[in-house]
Each structure stands twice: as structure tokens, then as C-alpha cells.
Design a protein around this ligand. Sequence first.
Ligand code: SF4
Length: 470
Amino acid sequence: MTIATTQTAGATLSVDQLRSLDVPGPRYTSYPTADRFVEAFGVNEYRQALRQRAQGAVVGGVPPLSLYVHIPFCDSLCYYCACNKIITRHHSRGREYLALLAREVELHVAELGVGQGVSQLHLGGGSPTFLADEELGDLMAMLRSAFRLLPQCEVSIEVDPRTATRERLRHLAEIGFNRISFGIQDFDPDVQAAVHRIQSFESVRELVAEARALRFESINADLIYGLPKQTPESFRRTIAQIAELRPTRIALYAYAHLPQRFKPQRRIAAADLPSGEQRVQMLGNALAGFIASGYVYIGMDHFALPTDALAIAKRQGRLHRNFQGYTTQPDCDLIGLGVSSIGRVGATYSQNAKTLPEYEDALAQGDLPVVRGLALTRDDLLRRSVIMALMCQGRVEFESIELAHLIKFRETFAPELERLKPLAEMGLVEVSDQAIQVTATGWYFVRGVAMTFDRYLQSDKVRERFSRII
Ligand code: SF4
């Protein structure tokens, strides 16, 4: 079997080549990746990073903040889930959790000062729509009293269609959300039964139509390929149904079956999973189907309509990547709020306690609930620039990296350039004296290209922690 890109007459790849490329690899929502975070970086180091930001704000201004708020609760378990979540039917837990978030916000305000500008706010989970309308309204009011949401602020929320109604969407628009993301995954009834997540096409169609009528600036649909009972034929129907709904963005994720790491996945029978070659076919069909329907391939797992801000940013070379995936927002400090959230402040990453009792205990003692993180070295910052340029622009200009990091690219990265040679022979990258360019075919495997520059990924053992590329 061979695949060719649907955008250009790119290279074709043999089954053997595909197999050699289908290795586990990170998604590079950060570099270094979260598995490199250490406990030696704790709450004191995080406070220090916040203080440095506050000082920067005093002397010359700092870019606005990005906020992520994690709502961990869900009503029922999806068997493919790899998120940090708490399954419960006790909705009273939502209100208790809001009190903890308010405490965490207060501790941030004590370091940063009240009224910091925010250009991006995202509610993720879990299921943010586990919270009642009133609770979501209170959460937004609490955030607005502590931070200053800028006029162009992107305010987005992940919506589980099973917990949403047209009225709920109207309420979300009223309290300031302007971007919405629906977790859809697959419309096939057998697949939905196999992953324990039932939602009809008709109900989702009604919600997407309402979101469009309410003029949400971006409407995203999340899909997953590689789920149990999925076949290239069944997934082709889902692709057609998604094209009919016409969300402005589509995120298409590869299911990573790691039952040793993610307990819910033990309910999925390995025999029900599609083969590697079927997965490649599904990815190829999705690419072809979405592009034929007018979507632009943004990279890795994202598509967007040409009028969507993400597609415009891609055209203009302004695409960035953060913990939520591709974004139009330039690199800015990210404050992660809630259990297990990850933040990025200055040249540091930090992560909150992963369990609710630990998170609660830290707050009860008046501490920020950060339990691990990382202070990036110069080498980390250099490699992050290269990896993010590959993931976002598909191109690394040697000169711009040399100027920003005071290095000689070809000397510093001589071993990496050597390791790129087989990828260049497969037609995935082109390396000239000035730049590395990912080809149209190479976009399928862009994380494989980026992995070449990851200093921490040199052993197979480390690689096995990640999901497969295809
Ligand atoms: S996939 Fe989403 S909705 Fe399902 S259990 Fe996981 S976090 Fe909850």
C-alpha cells in the first residue's frame, strides 16, 4: 500500500517505510515533554517564576496571559479516555471545586496583582459542562474579577454534546464564550457502544447549527480514529457526516491504546481494534475527505476552513502550539488552574497535583498546588524553538535560530542533520544550506521529524511512553 498527499503530488511511501515511521512519539504540546518534569521544581520555584513575571510587568510590560481551567468531572466513563478525570454523578462536587479554584486564583493574584490582561481562556476537562449553567456563570464572574479579559480574548470551552442543549449553548454565549469545541469522536453506533459514549448524529447536528446561529467564532469537532469496531468504511461515513456539519475546525486524533497506563482502556478488547494499515487508510481517507470538502490541513491533527483564524495564521506563518494544540496566540505565559493543570511561565513549566485530595490539601495550607515542573536550560529553549518551528511552520530557517540563540546551526545540530538524511530520502523533508522544509507528505509524520531534535528521546525505552505517530 502507498499513500500520497492530497495537497500536492508528494512522495509515496511503501508499507515498510510506513512501518518504520509508525513509532511512538510525543505530540509536542510542550518541549521538553511533561514526562521530563521533576519534583525538584515545586511551589517555591513556581512562585519565583510568577514574581519574575510580575517584575517584568512593572518595568516594561509583559504579553497578556493565557488561562487554562481544568474541570475534572464527568458523568460517565468513555473507555478510550486518557484524560485526568473523576467520574461522578454527584453534581454538588462542582460547587465545592469552584471554591478551590477561587482560592487558587486568589493565590495567583497575590503574586501577580489584580487585573492582569488575558488574551486566551480555555475551559477543558474532564467535562466543563458537568458544571451547571449557574456554576459556569459564577466561574466566569470569579475569573473576570481577578483578571482583565481583553476585548479580543479567545474564550473557549469543551462541550460534551451529551450534556448540552440549545439553551445551554445560548447561556455559554451570554457569559462570554466565543469558541466552542464538541467532543464527537465517531458517529457509528457500534463504535459508540464499544467506547461507551452514545450520542446521535441528529442531536449533534442540532447543537452545531445552534452554535453557528449564535455566531461562535470557531466551532471545533474532535474526532478519533483507531477506536474499537472502527473500519475504514464506517469511518468514511463519519467523515462525510462531519463534512455535512461543517464545523470551522476539526481535530482528528489517533487513539493510543495504552491499557497499562490508562485503566479505562482495559475495557477495550484488543481484538476489536483496527490494524495499523487500517489506521493509515482512515487517516488518508480523512485527509482526502476533509480537503475535498474545503478544509485546510493545518498540521498533525488539525484541519480548518480557509476563513478560520487557524487557517489564516497558518497561511501567514503565525501558527503556534501550546498544551491545547495549535493556536493563533503568540507564545505567552500560561497559568494552569485546577487539578493536574500544566502552566508555562517564563522559561519554566509547572504542573498541579494530579489528585483532588492532594490539590485540596495544598490549597488548605495556603500553598499553590504545584507539585512538579521544570526550569528550561538554554539547550531546552534552543531545541524548543526548532521543534515548534517544525510543528507549526513546517520549516526551520537556520539564520533565525542562529540569531535568536547565538549558535551555528549546522555545527550545533550536525548529528541531527545526519539523522534527518533517511527522512529526506523518503521525501519527508528537504534540507538546504538555509533551512529544513517539511514536505507535503512529511506533514503526516511531522512529529517524527521533530523527534530528531529531541535530546531526551534517544532511547527506545523513553519512546515507548508515547502514543504511536499514525
Ligand atoms: S473522554 Fe472526556 S468525557 Fe469521556 S471520560 Fe474522558 S474526559 Fe470524560
